[in-house]
Design a protein around this ligand. Structure first.
Ligand code: ZN
Length: 214
């Protein structure tokens, strides 16, 4: 009944009937006062809320309609899967099988019964979507933003400058000393202008970036 009003089950944090907690199986009856409430934020998916199972850790799966937020979430260090062109049935299955929180702008997708944890993104812009996710899952603190490859979603690691010297442009060689490397795509990351731009986007979404190394 709640979903027939356009609210996906993933958006429901609490249901009460005459003031007592109730579940999704509650049948409305004459004289029974039913309240359907959203989630208290921040959400912690590692604890069961009585409606859905606890997940071992926070990981995301992103729908094509929110693809712009993928890189920003990876920059926060969070495992964020996105495979372009995945259809709704497959997204619901991956979300369930891999215990990933599904992020989408599609209410219908979140109404699929296979989806347990999901979040409806309201903003059309990636930066607005990031702010929503940061607030919803309490992601305001981060230690470093280059720990995960923005392209591949795998962990990057430090490399000695001397080992990558031959790959660097003259200016990069001159001004930067710390580098991280992606074992999958071979990408190199350093605190250049791209990094500073990314930092600003994260800060604008409510993230506090700890000063320090890469
Ligand atoms: Zn990579």
């Amino acid at each position: 009944m709640v979903e027939s009003l356009g609210i996906p089950h993933t958006e429901v944090g609490r249901i009460t009937a005459n003031g007592r907690d109730a579940g999704f199986s509650l049948q409305p009856a004459p004289g029974r006062q039913v309240r359907v409430l959203g989630h208290d934020l921040p959400l912690d998916v590692t604890r069961s809320d009585g409606f859905r199972e606890a997940y071992p850790r926070l990981r995301f799966l992103v729908d094509d309609n929110a693809a712009g937020v993928v890189m920003l979430l990876r920059a926060l260090g969070i495992d964020t899967r996105w495979d372009r062109g995945t259809d709704d049935a497959e997204l619901a299955a991956i979300s369930s099988d891999e215990q990933r929180v599904l992020l989408t702008r599609d209410r219908g997708l979140l109404m699929r019964s296979k989806v347990q944890h999901g979040r409806l993104l309201r903003s059309q812009r990636p930066d607005g979507q990031l702010a929503e996710v940061v607030r919803a899952y309490g992601l305001q603190q981060t230690n470093g933003i280059m720990g995960r490859c923005l392209r591949c979603n795998v962990m990057t690691h430090y490399v000695e400058k001397s080992d990558v010297l031959h790959l660097l442009e003259p200016k990069t060689k001159k001004y930067y000393n710390e580098f991280r490397h992606c074992p999958q795509c071979g990408g190199l990351f350093w605190k250049g202008t791209h990094y500073m731009h990314l930092i600003n986007r994260l800060k604008n979404a409510g993230v506090e970036i700890a000063a320090g190394s890469l």
